[in-house]
Design a protein. Structure first.
Ligand code: SF4
Ligand code: SF4
Length: 319
């Protein structure tokens, strides 16, 4: 496999962050699910959670910049005790707030308030639903996940989510169940719309197609099945230089639960932090915009997962 760095060189790409439009914050690793494709290696036994000090540092950073979007992720970020505080404070600052929601969290004890809270705060929801088939979803995410995801989507629709218009946005996320590239996004979105509409009366705004990242838990899963090398080769063989301009690290930074700063969520999981000239980690508490904009991105062979085929980012296909 040709190193990704070599592809960048051949493409003549100056791989730097262009601007900072999205501040992505990983509130912690705890999750009520433990999906096999999870690059965060989240699950019910994980304990890492962002401190209140770092949550406040995120809000201070937002307040002293004009970054339009706060993108909250985890684990299942809604379990964090400061989740609603972070959302409401960012909304008061006039920012668009996105929550990466696994849907099933809504039925966990103490979480019943979420659908109404989301509506009142006009939180944009990005919800994983890796297939419209129960068998495929339960295979990837655990038994019963499909059924509770469908019930959650129906509840969100009742709150007014997923209708046309740009308030109460409900986007869904597909990722392949096996080690292959996602199908064309538009075609699959039409299929999701038809099947979820006909069978369950569900409506949504957009479908995002993501590639699975062969790192951490998913890498282990692939290795156990003898599929790791082939999947990595497949991603590299489908490298598309046309995606390089749009990958999410071009206009996003990712903040870890401990306040460290990364080019993206994947680099966070691979422990590739941004550091200063002395090799010290940058932290959200002392971060300046100048230290991350126009800065070279730490790329590696894992970047093939973002740049294969139509490309893949937190907002779906790129080209
Ligand atoms: S729901 Fe999301 S965070 Fe939780 S285990 Fe699955 S992929 Fe990971
Ligand atoms: S994995 Fe690589 S290409 Fe993808 S967002 Fe991160 S740094 Fe950018």
């Amino acid at each position: 496999m040709q190193p990704f760095a070599e592809k960048l060189r051949l493409a003549g790409e100056d791989f730097k962050r262009r601007a900072l439009d999205v501040l992505q914050v990983n509130l912690g690793r705890y999750c009520n699910l433990a999906c096999i494709h999870c690059h965060v290696e989240s699950g019910p036994t994980r304990k890492e959670m962002m401190s209140r000090e770092n949550v406040d540092a995120v809000l201070r950073f937002l307040a002293r910049t004009d970054i339009p979007t706060l993108d909250i992720t985890g684990g299942a970020p809604e379990f964090h005790r400061d989740f609603s505080y972070l959302v409401a404070s960012a909304r008061q600052l006039g920012r668009r707030v996105m929550d990466r929601c696994n849907l099933t969290v809504i039925f966990e004890p103490g979480m019943e308030y979420l659908p109404e809270f989301f509506r009142k705060q006009q939180v944009e929801l990005v919800c994983s639903l890796p297939c419209y088939s129960e068998e495929n979803v339960d295979k990837q995410r655990g038994r019963g996940t499909f059924e509770s995801s469908i019930r959650a989507l129906q509840l969100l629709n009742e709150q007014g989510y997923g209708k046309t218009g740009d308030t109460l946005v409900l986007n869904l996320v597909y990722n392949p169940v096996g080690p292959h590239l996602p199908p064309p996004q538009e075609k699959l979105e039409a299929e999701y719309r038809r099947i979820l509409g006909q069978q369950f009366g569900i409506v949504f705004n957009r479908l995002f197609c993501l590639s699975n990242m062969p790192i951490t838990r998913y890498a282990t899963h692939l290795k156990l099945r003898g599929e790791y090398d082939d999947y990595r080769e497949l991603l590299a063989a489908h490298f598309n230089a046309g995606t390089l301009d749009q990958v999410m690290c071009r206009n996003l930074i990712s903040i870890g639960w401990d306040g460290s700063v990364y080019d993206c969520d994947f680099n966070q999981m691979l422990d590739l932090p941004l550091s200063d000239g002395a090799g010290e980690r940058l932290t959200i508490a002392a971060l300046s915009l100048e230290s991350v904009v126009k800065r070279p991105i730490i790329a590696g062979d894992h970047c093939y997962a973002c740049t294969a085929g139509s490309g893949s980012s937190c907002g779906g296909a790129l080209v």
